[in-house]
Design a protein around this ligand. Structure first.
Ligand code: ADP
Ligand code: MG
Length: 209
């Protein structure tokens, strides 16, 4: 049996490996959401997490580009009416840039593998990925970045820019994560949003044995 790691533990594991998550507040209390909203850089994103929710967008549980209290209150209401079960609100600073995916799994015959590619909601549709046995060297990481269409972002594409050095570092640390954390069956960070400054994980799914 496998299970999805709850957000707070996921956050802790990512931080141990220097895997950068966008600033996120996780709470069940709508008033805490409102308080956190006041502290964050706008725009922000509101989502629901937990309660067996996997594909948040499909369930209408991702609200982007929130800039004011009225909008926030409306999104809280919509989540309350749509999300069943034991969920929490995730309030997150909105990132801009190229949407990439980093994933990993423990393959029964190949052992741990690491994946990089074009991410976001089209990740499965495009299937534009590069895969290696983990762990990977820096050279491997840089090679993986150049093997998918995402490489076009490293020289700037329609305002999107991938910082190759930082993305390679992130990919290496993610490969170490799947090698060392033997309780992890698979994970994906989809998307990782890359910009000139670096990269931020905005959605992390970690499946445990
Ligand atoms: P899910 O994959 O479960 O539907 P995500 O958290 O990945 O939920 O959100 C869906 C999409 O919304 C992402 O692919 C991305 O395009 C956008 N998104 C979510 N969070 C952010 C964020 N913090 N900044 C920018 N875009 C975001
Ligand atoms: Mg996602």
């Amino acid at each position: 049996m496998t299970y999805l790691l709850p957000f707070d533990l996921t956050r802790r594991m990512l931080s141990e490996y220097g895997l950068p998550l966008a600033r996120t507040a996780c709470t069940k209390d709508p008033n805490e959401v409102r308080w956190q909203f006041a502290q964050m850089r706008k725009p922000v994103v509101l989502k629901a997490s937990g309660g067996g929710i996997v594909h948040k967008t499909e369930k209408g549980l991702v609200f982007l580009s929130i800039t004011c209290r009225e909008q926030l209150d409306d999104c809280i209401r919509q989540i309350r009416s749509r999300a069943g079960g034991d969920y929490a609100f995730l309030l997150q600073e909105q990132a801009t840039g190229a949407e990439l995916i980093i994933g990993g799994k423990r393959d029964p015959s190949f052992g741990p593998v690491i994946l990089f590619g074009t991410g976001g909601i089209y990740a499965e549709l495009l299937d534009d990925v590069s895969v290696r046995p983990a762990p990977i060297s820096r050279k491997d990481a840089l090679q993986m970045l150049s093997e998918t269409h995402a490489r076009r972002c490293s020289s700037g594409f329609r305002g999107m820019f991938m910082n190759k050095a930082k993305m390679a570092g992130l990919l290496q640390r993610a490969s170490r994560f799947i090698v060392e954390q033997k309780g992890v069956a698979e994970f994906d960070f989809n998307p990782v949003i890359a910009s000139e400054a670096g990269a931020l994980i905005v959605d992390a799914r970690v499946v445990m044995f």
